[in-house]
Design a protein around this ligand. Structure first.
Ligand SMILES: Nc1ncnc2c1ncn2[C@@H]1O[C@H](COP(=O)(O)OP(=O)(O)OP(=O)(O)O)[C@@H](O)[C@H]1O
Ligand SMILES: [Mg+2]
Length: 509
């Protein structure tokens, strides 16, 4: 092929394949609706390798595949030419290639496996460099002058990581010199044989010339075949990993039952839960139920399992034992997307999308400007809407042109507006006002809990002043339910709850 043409075809294929592989990786992520995969560090190692390879691996298949075929054809032609004069020199030359190729494949496989283990380090290396380069941690990195230590850690890890690869490179060098020596020996002998045949006049002088050119071309195509096929093999190993990832299924499946817009009752029956890839049980034998329209507060110390419980209720994980029932049927039987369509949430670690204000509120659902504005207003961002410098199109990140920077509390209000916008039947709020000032907080609780009679709302809070808005309080301690009742009843019947409440009250007196 004409080289510039080949280069542009290769370029186009590279782009197409890179796009194709990356889109497929993203689609695969959509298949995995449970969060369990994110608890598995091996997943990140594999993903790192797949992402790193997406831009050049597939094209290697084409480049090396074509090269191997081309050299293979040349080799067959040349060897058959040679065989016409002396078939066993042709066979020996060919045989020399076999152990060589095998050893190359082995080395290539080792190199590939080192790369897999390296991707662990590669992720650490990436993290260390982004720590110093990204905006996110810039303040603390500077305050604590983390530069020297992070840089030296980077250098050491980099050296360690290189060591294994260098060893493999040395092996590769030895293997190729042995190969070269063998080819030289066989060719030398061949040359001797031809030269003596010419001097004895059993073959003509032209044959010697032919032999020299054949040997040159045979040895170069042998080298290409051995090397390129081992690189091809390396890319095939990558493709195999990619295929395995594409076929990966966790045992988390969506059911088929439709919710039909009715979330009347959610019931937890003997639910215990241990996070995947972890040994410690976090929730122990939880039993309670939530009925349509109820406002349930979840309270308890840090680490008692409140956010975990919310994640189970939203089916980001399945219970390890026991079951969650929706309208009397196991939650697992329901169509997951349909179920989630009925839910809305403001998570403790809510997302701060570097997208426009509009996108941050509507998150690609049907856009209704009026409703976006009402949601922002309800979330306490009315002042924001009056600000001339901010429109719904403004990007909420300084990292992009024209973007603005929000305060911590403003971000939380945007996250709340997102929840309000969805107008779902069931709303989960995990410490929705942690960053919000007292005035706005009251306003928000009123908006959410008082003016939303039909909605079922489950909210986690550390501010016991908010529990007055709840019909019932779920009091969690170390993953166990210590009480599930109204505030009034709990104050009477539960001494731990009573003490906790009074402790907070006293702090304000
Ligand atoms: N993905 C995870 N894998 C393993 N353990 C986890 C995971 N996420 C949380 N945990 C553990 O589960 C326990 C409960 O965490 P959870 O986030 O539910 O607490 P919480 O009650 O919401 O606390 P907080 O008040 O601080 O928000 C903690 O001990 C935590 O270390
Ligand atoms: Mg939490």
């Amino acid at each position: 092929m004409v080289p510039p043409l080949a280069t542009s075809i290769q370029g186009i294929l590279t782009d197409k394949l890179t796009g194709f592989i990356n889109v497929n990786l993203m689609k695969k992520s959509e298949d995995l609706q449970s969060l369990s995969i994110f608890d598995n560090s091996t997943y990140f190692d594999e993903l790192q390798m797949l992402k790193d390879g997406a831009s050049w691996r597939p094209v290697n298949l084409i480049v090396f595949g074509v090269a191997v075929i081309q050299s293979g054809l040349t080799l067959i032609f040349m060897l058959s030419l040679l065989a016409r004069y002396n078939w066993w020199i042709a066979i020996i030359l060919f045989l020399v290639m076999i152990p060589q190729s095998l050893s190359y494949y082995r080395i290539q496989q080792q190199a590939f496996e080192t790369m897999v283990t390296r991707s662990k380090n590669a992720r650490k290396l990436d993290y260390l460099s982004s720590l110093l380069l990204d905006r996110k941690d810039a303040k603390e990195v500077r305050l604590f002058n983390m530069f020297p230590t992070v840089i030296s850690r980077y250098i050491n890890l980099f050296k360690d990581t290189r060591k294994d690869v260098d060893q493999i490179r040395v092996k590769q060098m030895y293997a190729s010199s042995i190969f070269l020596a063998l080819v030289v020996a066989v060719s030398g002998y061949g040359f001797y044989w031809f030269a003596s045949s010419v001097s004895q006049r059993t073959i003509g002088a032209g044959a010697l010339l032919m032999f020299i050119s054949v040997i040159a071309s045979v040895s170069s195509s042998l080298a290409t075949i051995v090397e390129d096929s081992s690189l091809l093999y390396d890319s095939l190993l990558w493709v195999e990993k990619y295929n395995r990832f594409e076929k990966y299924h966790d045992d988390f499946k969506s059911g088929t039952k439709q919710v039909n817009g009715n979330v009347n009752q959610i019931q937890l029956v003997h639910v215990s839960f241990t996070y995947p890839f972890s040994k410690k049980e976090i929730l122990h034998n939880i039993n309670f139920e939530i009925n349509k329209g109820e406002k349930i507060a979840i309270v308890g110390e840090n680490g008692s399992g409140k956010s975990t419980l919310i994640k189970l209720l939203m089916r980001f994980y399945d219970p390890s034992s026991g079951e969650i029932k929706l309208n009397g049927k196991n939650l697992k039987d329901y169509d997951l997307k349909d179920y989630r369509d009925n839910l809305s949430a403001t998570f403790q670690d809510y997302s701060r999308f570097k997208l426009s204000l509009l996108d941050n509120v509507s998150v690609f659902r049907k856009e209704n400007m009026e409703r976006v504005k009402v949601s922002l207003d309800k979330a306490g961002l009315n002042s924001f809407l009056k600000d001339k410098n901010i429109s719904l199109q403004t990007i909420l990140s300084k990292e992009f042109a024209g973007g603005v920077e929000l305060s911590g509390g403003q971000w939380q209000k945007v996250a709340l507006a997102r929840g309000i916008y969805s107008d779902a039947q069931v709303e989960f709020l995990d410490e929705p006002t942690a960053a919000i000032d007292a005035n706005s907080e009251n306003e928000i609780y009123k908006n959410f809990l008082v003016e939303n009679e039909g909605k079922t709302i489950v909210f986690v809070t550390h501010r016991l002043s908010a529990v007055k808005y709840a019909d019932k309080i779920l009091f969690l301690q170390n993953g166990k339910v210590q009480g599930f009742d109204s505030h009034k009843n709990l104050m009477k019947s539960n001494t731990d709850y009573h003490d906790m409440y009074n402790l907070q009250k006293e702090a304000y007196v």
